[in-house]
Design a protein around this ligand. Sequence first.
Ligand code: HEM
Length: 401
Amino acid sequence: MTGDPLFDYPLRRGERLDPPPVLGELRADRPVCPVRLWDGSEAWLVTRHADVRAVLADPRVSADPRSPGYPFLSAGRAAAPDGHGSFNHLDPPEHGRFRRMLSGEFTVERIARLRPVVQRTVDRAIDAMVSAGNRAELVRALALPVPSFVICELLGVPYADHEFFETRTAARMDLTRAPELVRAANAEIMGYLEQLVAEKRRRPGDDLISRLITQHGDSGEASPGEIVDMVRLLLVNGYETTANMIALGVLVLLRNPDEAAVLRDDPDPEAVERLVEELLRHQTIVHIAPTRAVLAELTVGGTVLRPGDGVITSLSSANRDATVFDRPDALDCGRDARRHLSFGHGVHHCLGHTLARLELHAVFGTLFRRLPALRLAVPYEEVRFKEDAGLYGVHRLDVTW
Ligand code: HEM
């Protein structure tokens, strides 16, 4: 790398529902900027929408943590790279082998079949909130259980075990967690899934894990270890992401009550879809990543990146780029926000985006209609944000109605 690092990364936020303000200055003046990581190493931070797209679509960059110069965002990540061994950290052509085995499970038609179960799960969660009184902690009552239950249904993981994998996943996401604790959390999830996959091999059911085994495992196309890796990736990516998005989305709407008005009386499905895209853009939960390593020289935004350089693409910055979104810092639920990059771009574009959108449409199409007087039960200043996690969100959200 060349050039003195200008900032320590991750950057700190000012207003907690907005990305660090310095990102705006970087987009204007230094769109590809050297930053310093926790271990003193350096990486390029890419902040403009067009440059982020270009990097994520470029075969000269690698998503594989074994590539020289791959930037780790914490000691825990370096010790137990997120998804080490899973296909989100493989490059083509190996990456495509896994993606093809799963793509049939995530088509629009297949995911649409989950609509009744998703809506039922949302309705039940809200019913339980209402019957318990007029106050709830929304992360535990709605944001977490809805996607967690739905991914369990899809995969064939017993929901009764949700406390187990939720606590381990949270430990993996925490950037401040000691490397040995991250490694231990990873090992526990892997041990649990190895047992579950072995059980499904003996007694297959009507679920994604069983289909992976019968369609791709039995033929030898995927080894037992590869099946466990795929399931692990789907389980840990399959609920915590959406859960954070639900909680942050509700919070930002409570801070912008006029924008939530469209949801209060019988919302039109297209208005809900537009609103969800705007929430995804405005509250980019994959807020300090994705990260890549350069394999062969390329020029991004006028800066030459060399083999062995680390690159961090800032989705939260790209989503606030004024050349793509008018008044980018404003939450405007009527705008067409579909060019946001919250689900990434290129070969690693989120496999589960259709499922995430289905869940978000059900939650936002129902919650404010059922509870039109929804509001924070504590001062906003007391809400604790996940500043030190790879996925942005809130630890808890106390609401009343
Ligand atoms: C990849 C965001 C929900 C499964 C990604 C990436 C992003 C992302 C940004 C690309 C990472 C990279 O380029 O390195 C989100 C957001 C979600 C969400 C914001 C919710 C609001 C889900 C769900 C599932 C899922 C529900 C599973 C059912 C995956 C998988 C990948 C991925 C398997 C890796 C794809 C690959 O490498 O080919 N997601 N995700 N995601 N996501 Fe999601």
